[in-house]
Design a protein around this ligand. Structure first.
Ligand SMILES: Cc1ncc(COP(=O)(O)O)c(C=O)c1O
Length: 500
C-alpha cells in the first residue's frame, strides 16, 4: 500500500490541494493501488509531478508542434473520445482525412485531376508512414521478381547515412530489408545522389531521399537522383523507384521554394511521407503518406473491414487511434490556406536567420546548416579544446533551453553539432534571448576552463615531481576521441536520441 487513506472525518476539512494527505508514502510505481483516491487529489499528484518535465515551447530539439490556436484546441478536445477507425460512426471525420490526403497530394503535384481522389492515408507520424511506403515497395518488388521467376529474398533500400535512424533502421529491421547507406563526409552531410545510384542493384526496392535532413535540415537533391536513376534504369531495364521522406520539408518546400522539383513532378518519385505534426502545424500524432498512383500501392496490402457496418479499406499498422489530429490538420489547412502557411514558414526562416547571425557573432561556432532547407540552425564549435558542444548543451539547460548536441553519422562521426529547430512559436525575441544565453554559457565555460587550468598549474608547481604536470593542449584527434567517448556514454545512459 502506497497511498494513505483518509485518516478521519475531521481530515475532510483539510484541503487536499497539493495532495499532502494522499502522498504520505511513495507513489505507486509498480502495482495499481488497492484503494481509490479523490479525483482532485489524483489530478494534483500527477500535475505536480509533471511540472518537472521540460517546457515544450523551450524544447528546441523537436520539430513537433508545441502551439496551436485555442479554437483548434477546442476542436481537438471535442474529438478526444472519437476512435478514428469507427469510420461508419464518424463519417465526417473520415471525410476530413480524405480531404487532407487530396490536399497534400495536390500540394505535392500528384498526377491527379481536380476532383479525383488521391491515394494516401493518415498515420500516427512519419515513422508509420515510412513503414507503409516501404512495405508497398517491398511487395511490389517481390511481385515483380516472382513473376520473373527470380529470387526475392534479399531486398535492399539505398539511403544516406543521415536518415532518421529510429524510423528507417526500424523499417529495415522489422521488415527484413537491408539498409545500404551512402556514407557522409566532413562538410557534406546529405546523401550524394551519384553514390546512391551506384549502390542500386536489382534487389533495390527503392532509393529513399530526404527533404530536410534531421541532422542539418538540408534538402537532398531529389531531381539529380531522379535523373541519374532514370539513366540507370534505362541501361539496366530495372525500374527502381524513389521515396521522398519529406517529414519536415514537405510543408516547407511547397511554400518557400515552389520551383524546387522534389515531388511527383519527378517521374521516379512514387511515394512521399510528411509529418502533419511537424511543419503541418498540428500537435504530435499525425503523419501522411501519399502514393503517385493506385498502382504504386499493391491492393493485397489493403484490408477491407466490414464488421462495423460498411466496407472500410484500411492500410495502417494500428487499428484504433484518435481522431483529433486529423481534424486539427484539416483546421490548419482551411484556416491558414496557402497564404498562411507561406507566412509562417517565411517567419520561421527569418527567425532562423536572426539566430544564425547571433551565433556567428560569437565567433565561436561554424554554421553547418544551409540557408535553403528546414528552418533550423546547426552549428559546431570551431575549437573543442576547452569545452565541447555537449558542455554547451548541458549548460544551456540551466537557462531552461533544450538544445541537443550530437555527432554526425558515418563517416563524419568526428563532427559534433548543436541544433536549434525553429518552430512557429519560437519568436524573434526568443531567438535573441537564446543568443544572449549562449553568450553567457560560453563565458561560463571559458571561466571554468581557465580555473581548471590554473588549478592544474598550481598543482604542478606544488608537486613538481609528478601528478600535477601541466596538461598540454589537446590535439584535434584527442578532442574528437573525447567527444566520441562522451557521446557513447550519453547514448548508453539515455538509449534514446534527443534528435527527432
Ligand atoms: C527526416 C525524418 N524522417 C522521419 C522522421 C520520423 O518522424 P515522426 O516523428 O513523424 O515519426 C523524422 C523525425 O524527426 C525525420 O526528421
Amino acid at each position: 500500500m502506497t497511498l494513505s487513506a483518509v485518516a478521519s472525518d475531521a481530515d475532510d476539512s483539510v484541503a487536499y490541494t497539493f495532495a499532502s494527505r494522499y502522498v504520505r508514502e511513495a507513489l505507486p510505481r509498480f502495482r495499481i493501488p488497492e484503494q481509490s483516491i479523490p479525483k482532485d487529489a489524483a489530478y494534483q499528484i500527477i500535475n505536480d509531478e509533471l511540472m518537472l518535465d521540460g517546457n515544450p515551447r523551450l524544447n528546441l530539439a523537436s520539430f513537433v508542434t508545441t502551439w496551436m490556436e485555442p479554437e483548434c484546441d477546442r476542436l481537438i478536445m471535442a474529438a478526444v473520445n472519437k476512435n478514428y477507425v469507427d469510420m461508419d460512426e464518424y463519417p465526417v471525420t473520415t471525410e476530413l482525412q480524405n480531404r487532407c490526403v487530396n490536399m497534400i497530394a495536390h500540394l505535392f503535384n500528384a498526377p491527379i485531376g481536380e476532383d479525383e481522389t488521391a491515394v494516401g492515408v493518415g498515420t500516427v507520424g512519419s515513422s508509420e508512414a515510412i513503414m507503409l511506403a516501404g512495405l508497398a515497395f517491398k511487395r511490389k518488388w517481390q511481385n515483380k521478381r516472382k513473376a520473373e521467376e527470380k529470387p526475392y529474398d534479399k531486398p535492399n533500400i539505398v539511403t544516406g547515412a543521415n536518415v532518421q535512424v529510429v524510423c528507417w533502421e526500424k523499417f529495415a529491421r522489422y521488415f527484413e530489408v537491408e539498409l545500404k547507406e551512402v556514407k557522409l563526409k566532413e562538410g557534406y552531410y546529405v546523401m550524394d545522389p551519384a553514390k546512391a545510384v551506384e549502390m542500386v542493384d536489382e534487389n533495390t526496392i527503392c532509393v529513399a531521399a530526404i527533404l530536410g535532413s534531421t541532422l542539418t535540415g538540408e534538402f537532398e537533391d531529389v531531381k539529380l537522383l531522379n535523373d541519374l536513376l532514370t539513366e540507370k534504369n534505362q541501361e539496366t531495364g530495372w525500374d527502381t523507384p524513389i521515396h521522398v521522406d519529406a517529414a519536415s520539408g514537405g510543408f516547407i518546400a511547397p511554400f518557400l521554394y515552389p520551383e524546387l522539383e522534389w515531388d511527383f513532378r519527378l517521374p521516379q518519385v512514387k511515394s512521399i511521407n510528411v509529418s502533419g505534426h511537424k511543419y503541418g502545424l498540428v500537435y504530435a500524432g499525425v503523419g501522411w503518406v501519399v502514393w503517385r498512383n493506385k498502382e504504386d500501392l499493391p491492393e493485397e496490402l489493403i484490408f477491407h473491414i466490414n464488421y462495423l457496418g460498411a466496407d472500410q479499406p484500411t492500410f495502417t499498422l494500428n487499428f484504433s487511434k484518435g481522431s483529433s489530429q486529423i481534424i486539427a490538420q484539416y483546421y490548419q489547412f482551411i484556416r491558414l490556406g496557402f497564404e498562411g502557411f507561406r507566412n509562417i514558414m517565411e517567419n520561421c526562416m527569418e527567425n532562423a536567420k536572426v539566430l544564425k547571425a547571433g551565433i556567428e557573432g560569437t565567433e565561436t561556432f561554424d554554421i553547418v546548416s544551409k540557408d535553403v532547407g528546414v528552418p533550423l540552425v546547426a552549428f559546431s564549435l570551431k575549437d573543442s579544446g576547452k569545452y565541447t558542444v555537449f558542455d554547451v548543451s548541458e549548460t544551456l539547460r540551466r537557462f531552461g533551453w533544450i538544445v541537443p548536441a550530437y555527432t554526425m553519422p558515418a563517416d563524419a562521426e568526428h563532427v559534433a553539432v548543436l541544433r536549434v529547430v525553429i518552430r512557429e512559436d519560437f519568436s524573434r525575441s526568443l531567438a535573441e534571448r537564446l543568443v544572449t544565453d549562449i553568450k553567457k554559457v560560453l563565458t561560463d565555460l571559458e571561466n571554468r576552463w581557465t580555473k581548471a587550468t590554473m588549478i592544474t598549474h598550481v598543482k604542478a608547481e606544488e608537486n613538481p615531481d609528478g601528478g600535477g604536470a601541466v596538461v598540454p593542449k589537446k590535439s584535434v584527434k584527442q578532442t574528437h576521441e573525447e567527444i566520441a567517448r562522451y557521446w557513447k556514454r550519453l547514448v548508453d545512459r539515455k538509449k534514446t536520441s534527443g534528435v527527432c
